[in-house]
Design a protein around this ligand. Sequence first.
Ligand code: PLP
Ligand code: COI
Length: 356
Amino acid sequence: MESIKIELAKNPKVKPTDENSLDFGSVFSDHMFIMNYTKEKGWHSPRIVPYGPLSLDPAAMCLHYGQEVFEGMKAYRAENGSINLFRPDENFKRLNLSNDRLCIPEIDVDFCIEATKKLVEIDKEWVPSAPNTSLYLRPFIFCHEPNLGVKAGDEYLFVIIASPSGPYYKEGLNPVKIYVENQYVRTVKGGTGMAKTGGNYASSLKAGVEAHEQGYSQVLWLDGIENRYIEEVGAMNIFFRINDEIITPELSGSILGGITRKSVIALLQKDGYKVSERKISILEVEDAHKNGELKEVFGTGTAAVISPVGILKYNDNVMEINHQEIGELSQALYDRLTGIQWGKISGPEGWVVKVS
Ligand code: PLP
Ligand code: COI
């Protein structure tokens, strides 16, 4: 691969002055990374350029048939001023899984890590340092070839944009209310649920809107075939603590293999907890709640970090969990994970990759 060409912004933007009031994903840094793919040349012309609109042909295939994949990762400002990425290799490996499912050409994982580091280094002033803030990074690939035939395209753009962000949920670490969806489904085994592709999120919007109208932050999806096994939440994986067993749905093909999920499982197992990746039905959760055995429920995700669930509503059953307080395990995991990400405590080898 050629070296990355750099064109710096002539008029840098004004950065948010109050880092403590950053929301999620609405402000963007000065630069973005771009590279092109054509059948003849493969991935080529990597460059970092000033952040700005992309010009698209109205017939660009992504606009019509949704051939798009993306990732979500963060750059964290450590106390000593250095900047960390968290398991970026996992993000780009997962991007290749998504690529494969969406018939998008493979990317080179090591090159993409280098490109991410370079972009963050150039926009280092945009990595916030207030508590619970980070520079959210959004790598994505889409087919921009103009053609109205339904087929895998031959031309793609890979872009990384960066957004200084605060908590994903307005609740922060406070417990969220989740609506167990009993009508719509997100995806099914054999579909695209294991890939991070826009269509999965598009199909989730209607249920999300209806859940919001009832005062719920997000939807918990059930499996698309029997409508009874728990899958995941709109932007995070989910864990249940029933007595001393910590259960998370197995990766059956229809849910995303979260990097936070994988990291949390590793940390819990290291500490000797019994962690089960298995099928868990909503009836099992209701029974455990009824019997006082459902101790904690929490979601995991890059944007959401560890997000305790205070209320789960399924049909007419409104289950209150842990008196809507942050559970002991959720808090401990939050502290541990963010401690590693912010470089306050050391984690397993290779999890933290320094940008500078
Ligand atoms: N599930 C969905 C649908 C997501 O969008 C995300 C966020 O990326 C996750 C789970 C959590 O994945 P990760 O921990 O890799 O961010
Ligand atoms: C992330 O956690 O990085 C995600 O991609 C979730 C996103 C849909 C907000």
